[in-house]
Write a protein that binds this ligand. Structure first.
Ligand code: AMP
Ligand code: MG
Length: 342
């Protein structure tokens, strides 16, 4: 299959073209502010199956449904609690996915058999315009091959999906760079299932109490039932094995310097790049610039696959603010192979 790159900056008619692919049951990769998504009509099980096929995604991993109008939330959810309205008011459009009881119109392929649905209103203008042009809610997981780092440029999408999907809609580099925060509102208390572009601290400010699922910071065994099935899979992984080193940045630098072997890759803060002259270094932004780190992390992980490195060492930010999401992606890329120095 030929994969077309459709650029709305060059030709406005690409929205109609992408919308007509989606309306006819095809998949299209789309930009969002978090990462690129692989979209299909969320109301068609048959269309959604093509997402799973192109990505090689396990069938039990549900998809997030993207909307471009608050009214669509009521059509997709069986009911909308007051807490969901508060979150939508505070953070939509933006990088937050809200899990609610699903309406009957959601096909089983989208919810992966759960009785809930994840809903998000993205802020990226290209995504919004496409959803409106198609007149459909769009189911979209990240547009990468399953298990690989998520895609934050159209070039990354082509690396993974060229020849497998009909089109990629260009939207520039993603501004957030890590996926949306996923919060469930179906239990007794709001529960953070995945840290992301909206921090835990921001959620607590709006909701008061928020429980944190332990799969965010710990490895979960394959036979354990988790609230968000995606959390149990090895994810975001470059080809070489990753070790994450947590703690004070000066200490993690010393540790990596001492332990990194020949042909090691190092993912480090900007301040330390020049201090590993013998390693393949990729920098992920300054120690205190979490926004920059989030924006760069997947590109940096992908970049190691173009080198000969046979092991990768990564410095890890603390769990504060956006750091919780960055640390979670690094730990998952490492299959929770973590060294704690503090
Ligand atoms: P991705 O879009 O590839 O980042 O994957 C979507 C993530 O959202 C996965 O980790 C899912 O487990 C989670 N998710 C989507 N829908 C639901 C749902 N109904 N309940 C719990 N988690 C969900
Ligand atoms: Mg994903």
């Amino acid at each position: 299959m030929d994969t077309q790159l459709l650029d709305p900056e060059k030709d406005k008619s690409v929205y109609e073209k992408a919308a007509s692919l989606l309306k006819s049951g095809e998949v299209v990769a789309i930009p969002t502010e978090t990462v690129y998504g692989l979209a299909a009509n969320a109301l068609s099980g048959e269309a959604v199956e093509k997402i799973f096929a192109a990505k090689g995604r396990p069938q039990d991993n549900p998809l997030i449904v993207h909307i471009a109008d608050l009214k669509q939330m009521k059509e997709l959810a069986r009911y909308v609690p007051e807490s969901a309205k508060k979150l939508a008011d505070a953070f939509w459009p933006g990088p937050l996915t809200i899990i609610l009881p699903k309406a009957d119109c959601i096909p089983v392929q989208v919810s992966a058999g759960l009785d809930t649905v994840g809903i998000r209103f993205p802020s990226h203008k290209v995504a919004q315009k496409l959803i409106k042009t198609a007149g459909l809610p769009l189911a979209a997981p990240s547009a990468n091959l399953s298990g690989r780092p998520s895609t934050t440029t159209s070039n990354h999408v082509m690396q993974d999906l060229k020849g497998k999907i009909p089109a990629v809609l260009e939207g520039g580099a993603c501004q957030v760079g890590v996926e949306s925060t996923v919060i469930s509102l179906v239990g007794e208390k709001p529960r953070l299932l995945r840290p992301g572009g909206i921090s835990l601290e921001q959620l607590i400010e709006v909701l008061g109490d928020v429980e944190v699922d332990r799969a965010i910071t710990e490895k979960i065994d394959d036979d354990v039932r988790v609230s968000a099935p995606g959390m149990k899979y090895r994810h975001y992984a470059p080809k070489a094995p990753v070790t994450v080193v947590c703690g004070n940045p000066d200490k993690t630098f010393e540790y990596i310097k001492l332990n990194a072997g020949e042909k090691a890759g190092v993912l480090c803060f900007k301040e330390y790049v020049k201090m590993f002259p013998k390693c393949e270094c990729r920098e992920m932004g300054s120690v205190n610039d979490l926004k920059e780190q989030a924006k760069r992390i997947f590109d940096a992980l992908r970049a190691f696959d173009e080198t000969e490195v046979c092991e990768i060492w990564a410095q890890c930010p603390s769990d504060k603010g956006l750091g919780l999401a960055i640390a979670n992606r690094l730990k998952k890329a490492a299959g929770f192979h973590i060294i704690e120095l503090d």
